[in-house]
Design a protein around this ligand. Sequence first.
Ligand SMILES: [Fe+2]
Ligand SMILES: [Fe+2]
Length: 166
Amino acid sequence: MDLQVSDDVSKEYLAEVLPILENEEFLSLGTFCHHQWTNRLMHSINVSYVSWLIARKLGCDAGAAARAGLLHDFCPYDFKKKTPTGECQAFYHPKAAARNSERVFQISEREQKAILSHMFPLGPMPRNTEAWIITLADKVCASMELCHVAIALARRDRMVLSGTSA
Ligand SMILES: [Fe+2]
Ligand SMILES: [Fe+2]
């Protein structure tokens, strides 16, 4: 699996997220269908990029927003499967994503909290600005993706995943 990045993607943005985008386990998210026609990797990249743009505009921690946005659905498994705890996937997967992010990457407490609260109002309320940005960006990206509208880095083939059927 290979992620091709066009030259017009901000180098400043890439510097924040490159170690995550080079990780094989993370890239495997590209094999999972998400919001009917896209894949979980592309959705995560879109949430990350939109979060980074908003955080920069607001003058808060854009790096934390970019990383937590990228990792918010770091769950390389089929969402249709039963969860180990019996919880609904909407409540379970943010905890799984936070656990996986801690296991594979060094994330800050701020980033962990943002991942855990991204499904608000299902689950905990966001407790920091970056967490609010990610829960908002997730909903915007999900809505656009469900309407088959390519946004953020999915537009104009700015990031293209090869080697998957999604
Ligand atoms: Fe999610
Ligand atoms: Fe999401």
